[in-house]
Design a protein around this ligand. Structure first.
Ligand SMILES: [Zn+2]
Length: 480
């Protein structure tokens, strides 16, 4: 019995002791956490993490945690002295410029400012590495300013390189880049309207200072620019290296040494050849074939084959809801020089819809076309041609394209009758409306293309027709 009492006492003591130790540890750890937090809030210095994608790359973070004059800057270090110094010097200079801007503009102490710099390693191979910095700076005024800066290093020599270094001397690479950039950027309505497009794509080295060399493409980046709705996104164009086959230096072409160390997402907006001069003679007859309600598999493909065989182009006003099923057909249309237009998401009469519904119809369609092809349509054809002022206000300046010849192919469903009807009405400058979802319409289109070519018509897209009309100083015909 006595033994038992002693044992019990001992057990009780053990329990109390354990409890005390626990409390002690708990108090210590709480104090530790609090002091860490306190330190973190007063800290203004470097934090280092290993880059999640490239284990040999470390991400450096500089944070000054203040609303006025504060900043958040990330940059990588690669453990390559020359490169690390260049990148560090760049971010330090950006911070200094930002602080100078605040001082010069005499921004009051209570006004908040911002400098945020983040980066992406767009490519890291045996041959080159490219770091793309995205910067956002706000030092008063209405809008903060986004900008980009790329650094491409040749790794064997550890040198910072420009585009001029990757091409053979005396090669005409600048003119090729200029042609491609102008042609591709013009496809975006916003940029086409911007007056600076020509200047920004002139064949000067400084216009092509932002770039990245990937496995089999060269990517050009263009600074965000200020439009009527604020700043645009950074535009990029990936050009297949094959386009520069004879002028690109071998070391930047070599697929082995240019293979990225991690798998990289393929670029969206890819250019595979130099833009061809349009070859359209404005003094000769032109006609625009347009196809609505697609894309579809067989009919659209049949039409595309016929266009390609006769070196002709047409415009396809597609439905956003169908685009997701035929992304490769949209890509083919564009690759072969045809135009893709917007025909709404699922074909409602837009004039009956609320503003919000119209915006969904128009902008979701723009978005899906852009997603699958990198291209943003510049023309819309409202279903049934139904349009009014409130619909127009939702179109963001997109051109409205109607038609001048309507054979009602959807009703006839008879190849010969469609061909006859169209051919009886054709004339220079007309826009023909057909539908690439019916076999009869596609077969008729094949015949119409053949006959029009025989009559010396140039088969052009809506944009090309507008260009010809502009050159002829005529107005584009509306529905009639
Ligand atoms: Zn339609």
């Amino acid at each position: 019995m006595k033994m038992k009492m002693n044992q019990l006492k001992r057990i009780k003591f053990k329990r109390v002791f354990t409890l005390l130790v626990c409390i002690f540890v708990l108090v210590l750890s709480i104090r530790y956490v609090i002091s860490e937090r306190a330190q973190a809030t007063v800290k203004k210095e470097t934090e280092i993490f290993t880059d999640a994608k490239y284990p040999t790359v470390e991400m450096q973070t500089l944070i000054k945690d203040q609303t006025h004059g504060g900043y958040s800057v990330n940059y990588p270090t690669l453990q390559i002295k020359e490169i690390d110094q260049t990148l560090k010097a760049y971010v330090n200079e950006e911070i200094a410029n930002y602080q100078q801007a605040i001082a010069q503009k005499k921004i009051p102490k209570e006004t908040s400012t911002e400098l945020t710099i983040t980066y992406d390693i767009t490519h890291y191979s045996e041959q080159t590495i490219t770091i793309l910095f995205n910067e956002y700076q706000f030092t008063g005024g209405k809008l903060g300013e986004p900008s980009i800066q790329t650094f491409t290093f040749d790794l064997p020599s550890q040198r910072l390189i420009s585009l001029q270094d990757i091409f053979y001397e005396n090669s005409d690479y600048l003119n090729s880049l200029s042609m491609i950039a102008f042609t591709e950027l013009k496809k975006s309505k916003k940029l086409a309207e911007s007056e600076t497009l020509k200047a920004k794509t002139e064949p000067k080295l400084e216009n092509f200072s932002q770039f990245s060399i990937l496995g089999d493409t060269i990517v050009l980046y263009f600074q965000p620019f200020l439009g009527s709705n604020g700043y645009s996104k950074t535009q990029s164009i990936a050009i297949k290296k094959a386009v520069f086959d004879s002028i690109l230096k071998d070391s930047y072409k070599n697929t082995k040494t240019n293979k990225n160390k991690i798998e990289e997402a393929p670029p969206i907006h890819i250019v595979t050849e130099l833009p061809k001069p349009s070859g359209i003679d404005p003094t000769k007859k032109v006609i625009a074939l347009t196809f609505d309600d697609g894309p579809s598999k067989e009919p659209t493909t049949l039409i595309l084959d016929a266009l390609k065989d006769s070196d002709s182009h047409a415009t396809f006003f597609v439905l956003g809801s169908r685009v997701q099923y035929y992304p490769e057909i949209i890509q083919r249309m564009l690759e072969e020089g045809n135009e893709v237009g917007n025909h709404s998401w699922d074909h409602p009469q837009l004039t009956r819809l609320t503003e919000e519904q119209v915006k969904h119809q128009v902008w979701d369609t723009q978005a899906i076309i852009k997603k699958v092809s990198g291209y943003e349509p510049v023309h819309i054809r409202p279903p049934y041609g139904a349009i009014d002022d409130s619909v127009r206000q939702c179109l963001g300046g997109m051109g409205v394209s109607l038609w001048s010849i309507d054979p009602e192919d959807w009703k006839l469903r008879n190849k010969d009758q469609i061909v006859q009807l169209v051919l009886s009405k054709v004339a220079d400058g007309k826009i023909i409306l057909m539908h690439d979802i019916y076999a009869t319409s596609a077969e008729a289109a094949v015949e119409i293309i053949k006959q029009l070519k025989a009559q010396d018509y140039q088969l052009v897209t809506i944009s090309e027709l507008e260009e010809v009309k502009k050159q002829r100083q005529e107005a584009i015909p509306s529905k009639g």
